[in-house]
Every structure is written in C-alpha cells, then in structure tokens.
Write a protein that binds this ligand. Sequence first.
Ligand SMILES: Nc1ncnc2c1ncn2[C@@H]1O[C@H](COP(=O)(O)OP(=O)(O)O)[C@@H](O)[C@H]1O
Ligand SMILES: [Mg+2]
Length: 275
Amino acid sequence: MNDKLSHFVPKLIRSIELDGECYVELQDLLANFENASVMDVKMGCRTYEERELDCALRESKLRHDMYDKMVEIDENEPTANEKTLRAITKPRYMIWRETVSSTASLGFRVEGMRLQDGSVDKNFKTTKDEEQIAEAFMRFASSKKIRLKYLNRLYDLRRALMQSKFFISHELIGSSLLFVHDNNEAGIWLIDFAKTHLLPDNTKVTHRRKWELGNHEDGYLIGVDNLIRIFETTTSRTSERESTDRGSTNQIHYQQDRVETYEPSYLAFRIPAGK
Ligand SMILES: Nc1ncnc2c1ncn2[C@@H]1O[C@H](COP(=O)(O)OP(=O)(O)O)[C@@H](O)[C@H]1O
Ligand SMILES: [Mg+2]
C-alpha cells in the first residue's frame, strides 16, 4: 500500500483460498509485543452503512424485538405512541442505538479491551460520558509513558489521515483502531474494513461534517479529534497504579510533529477476505 496510511495498517502478506473461501493473511500486530494489552475502538458517528438505513426506511414493519431491546437499555426512550404499540421502526432503532454509546456524540466507542492480566472488558455499550471514557483509558494504559506514546501516535495518525489519498476517497464505517501496548511500546493501527467503500463519483467527504443521508460523511476525524482530546487529558493525570509506583515519567513530553517509524514484524493472522 503506497499511501500515507501504510504505517497504520497491518501489512497484507498474501491471499489464500481455503475450502473454496478466500482469505487474507495479515501481519500480526501483536507479534512484537510481550504480553500485549489490546483495545478495539470503533470509529465514526454511525456504524451502519447508508444503504442499510435506506433499506430499513423502506421497511414499514413495526418491530417488537427492537422495542424490547430499547426499553432494556432505557425505558424512558420510547414515545407515548411507541409505548402504546410496544413497537418501533428499524430506522428509529438504528439511529437511537448510536446515541446510547459515544458513537453519535464523540465519533468513536470502545468495543472492548484485554489487559495484561488477561482480564477482558466489553462492558462499554452505554459508555458515553467523557470522564468514564478517560477513566477507561487510564485503566487500559495505567502508565503515563504509554499514554504519551499513544497520544503521539494519534497525532501522527491524524496527520497521515489528512494526507492520505485512500482516506479522502473512502467512507469508513464500522472500522476500528486497534491500540496495542506492553510495558515499553505502544502502537495504533486501522483494522476491519468490511464496511469501507469507495465514495460514489463526485462525492466528497471531510470526515468531520455532520452526516445527512446521502452525504456519506462518516465522522471518522471527529472520532480522532475526540480521542486526542481525551488522551491529552489523561496525560496530565497520574493513574492509581502510578501514584503507588513513582516512575520516571515526568521527563517525557509529547511532540506534535514527530515522524512515526515504528513497525512490528510480519507474523501471520488470518481473517476471511472481505472482512
Ligand atoms: N492484524 C491483526 N493483528 C492482530 N490482531 C488483530 C488483527 N486484526 C484484527 N485483530 C483482532 O481481532 C479482532 C477482530 O477483528 P476485526 O477485523 O475487527 O473483525 P470483526 O470485528 O469483524 O470480528 C480485533 O478487535 C483485534 O483484537
Ligand atoms: Mg471489528
């Protein structure tokens, strides 16, 4: 991939066919880390494609299952009419669901994280409060040194995105940033392009403008801006673990214009093609 983003995506090793299915073998992003902590952050202000909403809008069926899912999360959300019907439409559900997490408001949501001690936390479906998110980042990366490395990587990523020919010509829906660190290093890569599509002819996006059906805006850069802002707040704080273990992190400063050269090795990771 000859693009400004090439240092931010796993390398393609090869395509292979297995039992009639096409797979791609990708660089294992965890290969250069020792006992890595991993966090998947789903980017964008919506996680459904325009055509999915378009299809849902054509469906006039009222959905009881979606009403049930809605009241399970927030019993005050349905309107009086919806409460009488005990049902909602699919587009209503799709649009509302993005407001439950930080997707609609911040342009990203934490999908899950695995910490060094092996614990897994996927309990972020209703996390939208910035303070809660900052606390989750502090838990994920308890060392300030590592949070600063992430922040630097995010600055580099934003600059690369804004110069990338791939990014300007594509709509990225449901794609993630994979955060990986151990005690010494930290990296962030773009993964999961299952719903990434070339923009239709004559359609231009900023990745920051408000989305309206038909304009294809995905809010990706809104998410990156907010991630940067929240990581910035965490780098001026000390985590609980650090306050009991006074490290030598005070001399570390972030540089906004550093060139990122970090590249892990090429080990195989298999996912189905089209993912
Ligand atoms: N190249 C990679 N190297 C290491 N881990 C990866 C890589 N790609 C994906 N993963 C892991 O697999 C998970 C799921 O991958 P993803 O491509 O998002 O598929 P999906 O969301 O469709 O299951 C990610 O959250 C990440 O933990
Ligand atoms: Mg994914």
